[in-house]
Design a protein around this ligand. Structure first.
Ligand SMILES: [Zn+2]
Length: 379
């Protein structure tokens, strides 16, 4: 099955999701999508209730919602609820294809662990493939700069699996060019030299890496490059403007967490919010420190319900601060769009909340966060 839509479609997720929920066209998509979401939500709630944690947490809850609004009647899940991880496993251990360990920086607690089935990983692989079709086509080369390219079924490997199946060549630099035990390399010179040789058409990189490369290519983009997908951390406006104006690249931002099996939402070419992969993740924006669900246009905490198999998370409070964009996208897509992440909520031991702002320009926060995400291991 060819999941790459024809060139010229502004948001390729539309065709991908329409195919899955049986929508005939864009007008038909919202109703079909919602019906499929409700069905998947019910299935997910029943599957989650087989886990030790949700067996207790969802006891007495309605597991057969008839509308998406009924999601609001269910309790939240906090990051601290992810320990012990085995208690959230909704499938048998034999069905787990991959485990990811997240070291949580700044805490002494045990690291978070997430499990994925082969189907969870395949869904993410397909989402990546569809999203990247906006930047790279068959016969062209994509360079994935994110650390961890050697890890089976990690982000870089899923990109490679998906894109190579549609004729895109995927190149990853040697690990020592993208990170060291201390964190990011001090400069991007070695990585820049690698890019000059590889001549990719598009890059997938973290903002901190793009900031290093911007210093190496201060006047123009690396030869042949015309697309950049920023992932792992919020992309600040100055860096984005540099890549678009000085490099002349199309720059798309991606939102995803390991908790959502890496993928979540990606911008279309209109660049006015990231379109959600709505059959894999449901997003609510919730009052910070409260439990009221806010309408589009209002800033609050991003709360995810992941419709995955191995470890579905119900109303998971991510700590990310953002809003859903109101109204339809300029590309014509009816899919929900998530605005930029404006900061992160941190919950103190005494229950108070603080908002951490991304560090402007340097990408340093990006480095910290990415390295809290990437030192995982396969079991
Ligand atoms: Zn759009």
């Amino acid at each position: 099955m060819n999941i790459i839509p024809a060139k010229g479609v502004s948001c390729p997720l539309d065709a991908w999701l329409a195919q899955q929920c049986g929508a005939r066209d864009l007008e038909d998509l919202p109703a079909k999508l919602e019906a499929a979401q409700i069905r998947l939500l019910r299935e997910t709630l029943h599957r989650a209730s087989h886990s030790v944690f949700y067996g207790k947490r969802l006891a007495g809850c309605n597991l057969n919602p008839e509308s998406l609004e009924e999601l609001q009647t269910l309790p939240f899940t906090l990051p601290t609820d992810l320990n012990p991880w085995e208690d959230l496993l909704a499938v048998s251990a034999g069905e787990v294809e991959r485990m990811v360990t997240l070291k949580t920086s700044g805490t002494t607690g045990p690291p978070k662990r997430l499990a994925f089935t082969a189907k969870d990983l395949a869904r993410t692989r397909d989402f990546f493939t569809v999203g990247m079709s906006m930047l790279v086509q068959s016969g062209e080369k994509l360079a994935v700069l994110l650390p961890g390219s050697e890890r089976p079924d990690g982000v870089a490997d899923l990109l490679r699996q998906g894109l190579e199946s549609v004729g895109v060549e995927v190149a990853c630099p040697p690990g020592e060019l993208v990170y060291s035990p201390q964190g990011w390399p001090e400069d991007g010179k070695a990585l820049a030299a690698w890019i000059r040789v590889e001549r990719p058409k598009a890059l997938v990189a973290a903002p901190a890496q793009l900031a290093l490369l911007a210093a190496c290519f201060p006047n123009a983009a690396p030869e042949n490059l015309n697309g950049v997908l920023a992932s792992s951390d919020p992309l600040n406006a100055q860096l984005r403007a540099f890549l678009q104006i000085v490099w002349g690249c199309t720059v798309l931002d991606h939102y995803g967490l390991t908790e959502s099996c890496y993928g979540g939402a990606v911008e279309c070419l209109v660049q006015a919010g990231a379109h959600l992969r709505e059959l894999d993740v449901l997003v609510e924006i919730v009052e910070m420190g409260g439990d009221t669900v806010l309408p589009p246009g209002h800033v609050g905490e991003v709360v995810l319900t992941t419709l995955c198999e191995a470890m579905p998370l119900i109303r998971y409070r991510t700590g990310d601060v953002a809003s859903l964009r109101p109204g339809p996208c300029g590309c014509g897509s009816p899919l929900k769009r998530l605005g930029p992440v404006l900061g992160r909520l941190s919950r103190k031991a005494d229950g108070t909340l603080a908002i951490e702002q991304p560090v402007k320009g340097s990408g340093q926060r990006g480095a910290d966060t990415l390295f809290s995400l990437y030192p995982y291991k396969t079991t």
